[in-house]
Write a protein that binds this ligand. Structure first.
Ligand code: ATP
Ligand code: MG
Length: 443
């Protein structure tokens, strides 16, 4: 599995920042367990009988046996940077996600183990590079020791901010030659642009991302940090909605969960809870009204079970809402509130048909995003944080760390942010969810 393969390398590999890499000097010789640059991990391990079998999607339609590889993450025997010459900076951008502090902590601790003395945090995302009121925050093991015990980000987060060339100007002024970027697709687009700008200016700077998406919607990755915690925390909201609905006469509970483009949280939380009757995700269109609509099924559930619980992902059913064209500071489209819409339409529908219904709506988004990472995310964050530092020291730039087929790897940034990874409506997992809820098609 790890040996170099004569097969095709379809993904563009990022090379070490300089050819001098080959002449790098060895680190502590007592440190065993190094990863070689030729250790690679297979991206897809399924041998497809046909591209359509079992809902599996072949990345390369021409392949039956897919040979796509990425570099295995981990410490290299030879390192590119001299630790005493490194000034490392960490920045967290976008929205909050459980585990940000865990990653910051591991990056700092690992940098110190390499012998780096100069480590700083950039406050409030990319904005921290431009705002003269915001000064960089010195980081050390002592500062970060206990930060993982609470949610949020020690450094703060933001959207919007300066241009890429301004960011690189500031990096040059401050002498930053290692940048660790924690964020989602927007942040990674920024990180890739910073990497390109550094290459254009011939700066020996390593830009390494750690993908932060609570939605678990990054291409090619088994799982991103924060997702497990989100699914676990969502259980509380679903259980409360269930108890409210179950305890009321003709109770209907509606829970809106995160998932702008992909319904992984809603699907997994519905499956885990076993208390959801209707799960609605962005990838599967549905109608509210009409003989096959959600509301008709809710009426059926009220008549047969006495109560019902709906779980809806925030990006679901956007076609049912009025478009506002509003955008946030980073240029992302502001979504309409599908949870509130379903709540209002449900109340109206039962009023109109003269059936009593007690509708309760719960939106736990901010409670989930702000909470502390659970044990499994804590471990994932630790490995990702450490591997980000190993990648930078190995001399890679324009990469992001992740887990693929249970192996920790370095991905080239552009390949993983091309578009959000969706739930496949033909996948076994979505069908398992449908089996669990017992819901029909709503079209
Ligand atoms: P989340 O998933 O929480 O939304 P995100 O990383 O996608 O995280 P954004 O607010 O979209 O969050 O972007 C974060 C930062 O990245 C912002 O400061 C934004 O200005 C910058 N950014 C977004 N897209 C790009 C891009 N294409 N090029 C350069 N910078 C970008
Ligand atoms: Mg985003």
């Amino acid at each position: 599995m790890y040996s170099p393969t004569p097969g095709r390398f379809l993904l563009r590999m990022r090379t070490p920042v300089s050819e001098e890499f080959a002449g790098g000097y060895p680190s502590d010789e007592e440190w065993h367990g190094y990863i070689s640059n030729s250790d690679r991990v297979l991206l897809k391990t399924i041998n497809f009988a046909s591209p359509n079998s079992a809902g599996a999607v072949c990345i390369d339609p021409a392949c039956t046996w897919v040979e796509q590889w990425v570099h295995r993450a981990g410490p290299r025997e030879k390192i590119y940077f001299k630790p005493e010459e490194v000034k490392a900076a960490i920045v967290t951008c976008g929205g909050l996600c459980p585990g940000l502090n865990d990653v910051i902590r591991q990056v700092v601790i690992t940098l110190e183990i390499y012998g780096v003395k100069s480590i700083v945090g950039i406050p409030f995302g990319y904005r921290g590079f431009s705002d003269s009121d915001l000064s960089e925050m010195p980081l050390s093991r002592k500062v970060v020791q206990n930060i993982h015990l609470s949610g949020g980000s020690l450094l703060g987060v933001s959207r919007g901010g300066p241009s890429v060339s301004d960011i690189v100007d500031r990096m040059q002024e401050k002498g930053i030659n290692m940048l660790f970027v924690l964020g989602g697709n927007g942040t990674h687009a920024g990180a890739n642009a910073i990497h390109e700008e550094c290459r254009n200016r011939k700066l020996k700077v390593a830009v390494v991302g750690v993908p932060k998406t609570i939605d678990n919607d990054i291409l090619l990755m088994d799982k991103t940090f924060g997702f497990d915690t989100a699914v676990e925390e969502a259980q509380r909201a679903i259980n409360s909605a269930y108890i409210e609905a179950h305890s009321a006469y003709h109770g209907v509970g509606i829970v809106k969960l995160m998932g702008r483009d992909s319904g992984f949280i809603a699907m997994h939380a519905s499956l885990a809870s076993g208390q959801i009757d209707i799960c609605l995700i962005p990838e599967v269109p549905f109608e509210l009204h009409g003989p096959h609509g959600v509301l008709t099924h809710l009426k059926y559930l009220i008549e047969t079970k006495g109560s019902a619980v709906v779980c809806v992902a925030e990006g679901a059913g956007q076609n049912l809402l009025q478009k506002t064209n509003a955008k946030d500071a980073s240029g992302n489209i502001v979504l309409g509130d599908i949870g509130v819409h379903i709540q209002q339409e449900t109340k109206k529908y039962f009023r109109e048909i003269g059936v009593h219904a007690d509708v309760k709506y719960i939106d736990p988004t901010y409670m989930i995003r702000a909470c502390r990472a659970n044990a499994s995310d804590g471990i994932l964050c630790a490995v990702l944080g450490q591997n980000a530092v190993h990648g930078a020291f190995a001399g890679y730039s324009g990469i992001t760390v992740g887990i693929c087929n249970n192996h920790y790897v370095y991905f080239p940034i552009p390949e993983v942010i091309a578009y959000p990874r969706p739930v496949d409506p033909n996948s076994r997992m979505w069908h398992r969810c449908l089996t669990s809820t017992g819901q029909p098609d709503f079209i």
